[in-house]
Design a protein around this ligand. Structure first.
Ligand SMILES: [Zn+2]
Length: 97
């Protein structure tokens, strides 16, 4: 789980997901804005790519219907939300990959 680089508090999984959904990383302990580290941006991109590839693989191998597509989209988003906090690292400075 990520640790705030300002106050060194470790964020819980639910706090991290909450911040990700807002797409702003504001520390719930000190209120300081945090940014994703370069390594974390890279890991999240890899995670998204792998999930997308799995999505395409599964979708081309199942019976195509809007229900299975909907289920697949929900499962993919859930997998990303559940796993992303484990590859999230915070930084005080904004760095782009
Ligand atoms: Zn903090």
């Amino acid at each position: 789980m990520p640790t705030c680089q300002n106050c060194k508090h470790k964020w819980s999984w639910s706090e991290t997901v909450k911040q990700q959904l807002k797409s702003k990383y504001i520390c719930p302990y000190c209120g300081q804005r945090q940014h994703l580290s370069e390594k974390s941006q890279f890991m999240q991109a890899v995670l998204t790519l792998l999930t997308s590839l799995a999505f395409i693989f599964v979708f081309t191998n199942i019976e195509e219907s809007w229900v299975s597509l909907l289920v697949l989209i929900i499962v993919s988003i859930t997998v990303l939300l559940v796993t992303a906090p484990f590859v999230t690292e915070l930084s005080n400075e904004k760095k782009q990959l």
